[in-house]
Design a protein around this ligand. Structure first.
Ligand code: FE2
Length: 266
């Protein structure tokens, strides 16, 4: 994928518009069935020198949707606290993301960016995000696709002093195919302080889409890593219920994020 990033909005609209015409998958499953991967099934209790290849495959199998795997488009790796404290978990997260991305990119064929991509790793503190960059001190909560990222993963923690903040995913590809819906039937564009926007599910469609094709994964914490296939054609939306600070003195909600986006080839 060598699409200039200024065209990612077009790529997302086009892909979402095409979902009504997709054929029924041969091995249709309930959206997000089997989304979880247990780290203990792949890693000794005290970690391993190298990332186990079977773990990379297990996560990628859940993320990739169109290579015959019929993955959910998301994966939740659980059980990190058994092997890692938070700094070690972040290091493991970053190392595993690179391996998972290599596998997802390889399986994506011409839909993927090939060698033209950039991986970004950062920590975001909810409630303290630079206003001038994002227009809000809080991470985006409505059900949406990120604009540029093709794959991302989050590891939450420390997290304390608030209620809400449960993670919700929607398989909007299945929802649009079943109901023959197009982009304009469901989506609007986010309002951003910087150029570009992301597709946002209109509020009146949240309930039906969540009920039929969604999952609430609860409040994520330092025991798990959440991966989302955010390719335009994957059709996976993510969002959070509102975060409600309950104890300002102890409030903290950080997440360590790994993401990758395609970059134009020269
Ligand atoms: Fe997002």
């Amino acid at each position: 994928m060598t699409t200039p990033m200024t065209d990612m909005m077009t790529a997302r609209r086009t892909a979402l518009n095409a979902m009504a015409d997709l054929p029924e998958p041969a091995a249709a499953r309930r959206p997000f069935a089997g989304v979880r991967v247990r780290l203990e099934d792949h890693l000794p209790p005290h970690g391993a020198r190298d990332i186990p290849p079977g773990l990379v495959t297990a996560v990628a199998d859940r993320l990739v949707r169109d290579d015959g795997t019929h993955g959910a488009g998301a994966a939740v790796l659980t059980g990190l606290s058994r092997s890692f404290d938070l700094p070690a978990a972040r290091a493991f997260h970053e190392a595993l993301f690179g391996r998972v991305w290599d596998e997802v990119n390889r399986r994506s064929g011409p839909q993927g960016p090939g060698d033209h991509y950039r991986i970004k790793v950062n920590v975001t503190s909810d409630g303290a995000i630079p206003l001038e960059l994002y227009g809000s001190r809080w991470s985006f909560k409505q059900l949406h696709m990120d604009r540029d990222a093709l794959l991302f993963s989050h590891l939450y923690g420390p997290a304390a002093g608030f209620g809400g903040g449960t993670l919700r995913l929607v398989d909007i590809r299945t929802y649009m195919r079943r109901r023959a819906l197009r982009f304009d039937d469901l989506f609007e564009w986010s309002r951003e302080p910087t150029p570009g926007s992301k597709p946002v599910l209109r509020a009146e469609h949240e309930g039906p889409a969540l009920g039929e094709c969604g999952i609430d994964l609860g409040r994520p914490g330092p025991d798990e890593i959440v991966y989302v296939n955010n390719f335009p054609g994957a059709g996976v939306l993510h969002g959070f219920t509102p975060v409600v600070p309950e104890d300002r003195s102890s409030f903290v909600r950080e997440f360590h994020r790994c993401s990758v986006k395609g970059v134009p080839s020269c």
